[in-house]
Design a protein around this ligand. Structure first.
Ligand SMILES: [Zn+2]
Length: 80
């Protein structure tokens, strides 16, 4: 997890696993929250959710820049 954050060159502050109605989300403060049910997802999908939220720590929206950030570290961003 921290290794992923390093790959983005970002500062991962806090990581939480919660019973949330979303797969994962992040705050502007740099906290990441993931649904514990992620562990039940196929590995690729869980990894996608994690990378998606990590990418938000450097680009806090779904702009082209965000997609580029995500694509640079992940090969199947086209499903997004
Ligand atoms: Zn998002």
């Amino acid at each position: 997890m921290r290794a992923y954050a390093k790959r983005f060159g970002i500062n991962l502050r806090n990581l939480y696993v919660k019973d949330t109605n979303r797969w994962g989300y992040c705050s502007k403060e740099g906290d990441l929250v993931f649904n514990w049910e992620l562990i039940a997802l196929p590995k690729d999908l869980a990894q996608y959710v994690i990378l998606h939220e990590l990418a938000h720590l450097s680009v806090f929206n779904h702009s082209g820049k965000f997609r580029a950030t995500l694509a640079s570290s992940f090969s199947f961003s086209h499903i997004f």
